[in-house]
Design a protein around this ligand. Structure first.
Ligand SMILES: C[S@@+](CC[C@H](N)C(=O)[O-])C[C@H]1O[C@@H](n2cnc3c(N)ncnc32)[C@H](O)[C@@H]1O
Length: 483
């Protein structure tokens, strides 16, 4: 009897820490159900009631592994001496987690190997335990630098950079081309590294409701580029709702780059207050409403009439929620329709239109660790067609002298400069000094490189240079009528 009890105790499965189990579960759901790690993880952490330390470990295991997936996969292939396609996906995710602990974190190798092997035993395939153990021990015997040297012997140029920085090669090439257009291709590695750093949390204090100065004095003393922004240093792990202003909806999380491009449109050539009072502003692709909220509160300050449009009904509802504390008569100000049909659906003329177009999002890869692996080069052409149609519709709906801001969260030249070039040619719109407009709204010096397009210029913000998402801005003006 006692013998049996002893045996059962010794054969009981070894414990895997909750942080590793949670990270593994998220990796599996990302791989199998196209889940988003940043949406999935917080719920799992809350349900497991992990301590702050264990939650931080789970987050790093999960995000760090996903960001550098390409790097770890290349190393696992070398160590396993077989292609990834011959490794069971459930086993592969455990190996990826183990590889990140061994090569990307300072975790003792016995813990990294042992717990990853236990994940394989308990969640993947007990028959693969020996294989997983062998692969991870092989990985752990060589430091990261050694593995990178081996990869350098096998790969060259952008392919090596892609694998070591954990980016698909087509994205590395798109970044290189966009930086080269500014004569800054020497910044490529810095940009790739910035994508692998967790972004800080920026807040916006909506003008006419909250004072950035007061908020800064209380919570975050750092001076930002946007006059309405504060970087909430304490919030990297925290919840913005700890601020009372956030609960009232006037202090929100918003990347500083998003604030700057919205502000550049609102501030351009504002003229007298009386002139602004009769203006009508539109956010054409507003969902979920981040930039719309800032624009609406700037419009409210200026006495302009603000409208927002969004094609997806559920996102249009989010826009209405975002604008509820700011805009009166919300039912008649938030519209749900295809922005390409703008002239017919929402008759102008409009003085200012924001076209924050659907895009690849290559400028915000640091926010969603798995996003880079989901995007395909072939997505670009389809998006470009929609982007052009939206911008063309916006320019045609402007009053003479009115201004459209074309914004993407992507630096890909096909989605940015090329779209502006074609729409300016099609519509006869002037491309304005977008770089100057962006510089004018910044509170401090900013290193921007104007890119000439048609009769003006366009401008790009960069994660590595500005600490913002990679937002692109072009201001286009419908020609004024001849006197
Ligand atoms: C980049 S997001 C806008 C982000 C938003 N400006 C913000 O700051 O919260 C692009 C939005 O355009 C919407 N969209 C896509 N095609 C559209 C179309 N044809 N007309 C209007 N909106 C469209 C998408 O559903 C998405 O919500």
């Amino acid at each position: 009897m006692s013998q049996h009890r002893d045996r059962s105790r010794s054969s009981a499965p070894a414990q895997v820490s909750p942080s590793r189990t949670i990270a593994y579960e998220v990796l599996r759901q990302v791989a199998e159900s196209d889940a988003y790690a940043n949406l999935l993880l917080p719920g799992k952490l809350a349900a497991a009631q992990l301590s702050a330390q264990d939650a931080a470990l789970a987050t790093e295991l999960c995000y760090g592994t996903l960001r550098l997936l390409g790097r770890y996969d290349a190393i696992i292939e070398l160590a396993a001496r077989r292609p990834l396609t011959e490794i069971n996906p459930k086993v592969l995710d455990a190996l990826r987690l183990g590889a990140h602990q061994l090569l990307g974190m300072r975790i003792a190798s016995h813990a990294a190997v042992h717990e990853s092997v236990e994940l394989v035993r308990q969640h993947a395939n007990p028959a693969a335990v020996g294989f997983a153990n062998g692969v991870l021990r092989t990985i752990g015997r060589t430091p990261l630098e050694g593995w990178l040297e081996r990869l350098e012997e096998l790969l060259n140029g952008d392919d090596y950079l892609a694998v070591t920085s954990g980016h698909p090669a087509w994205i590395v090439r798109a970044f290189r081309t966009a930086l080269a257009a500014e004569g800054r291709d020497d910044e490529l590695e810095a940009l790739l590294n910035a994508d692998n750093d967790a972004p800080t949390v920026d807040l916006v204090a909506l003008p006419s409701f909250a004072s950035a100065e007061e908020i800064a004095a209380e919570y975050a003393p750092e001076v930002n580029l946007s006059p309405y922004a504060r970087t909430a240093l304490d919030l990297v792990r925290g919840d913005p709702h700890e601020f009372p202003e956030a609960r009232e909806g006037v202090l929100r999380v918003q990347d500083e780059g998003s604030q700057l491009v919205a502000l550049a449109l609102a501030s351009f050539d504002r003229g007298t207050d009386e002139a602004a009072e009769s203006e009508r502003w539109l956010d054409l692709c507003a969902g979920p409403g981040g930039k719309a909220a800032l624009l609406a509160s700037l419009a409210r300050e200026a006495g302009a009439e603000f409208h927002a449009n969004e094609v997806a009904p559920h996102r249009a509802r989010l826009v209405a929620q975002a604008l509820a504390p700011i805009v009166d008569d919300i039912e008649n100000r938030v519209h749900c329709g295809d922005g390409r049909e703008l002239a017919r659906a929402l008759p102008g003329p409009w003085h200012r239109i924001l076209v924050d177009a659907p895009c690849t999002g290559l400028g915000a890869l640091r926010r969603r660790p798995e996003a880079r692996w989901r995007k395909q080069a072939r997505d670009v052409a389809e998006l470009v067609a929609i982007q052009e149609a939206l911008l063309e519709a916006a320019v045609r709906a402007l009053k003479p002298g009115g201004v459209a801001a074309y914004v993407t969260c992507s630096p890909h030249l096909a989605e940015t400069t090329a779209v502006v070039q074609r729409v300016a040619r099609l519509t006869g719109a002037h491309v304005l000094d977008s770089c100057g407009a962006l510089r004018d709204v910044c509170q401090s010096e900013i290193d921007l490189v104007p890119r000439e397009v048609a009769d003006g210029n366009v401008v790009q913000l960069w994660p590595h240079r500005h600490g913002t998402d990679g937002m692109f801005l072009a201001l286009l003006q419908r020609p004024r009528l001849e006197a």
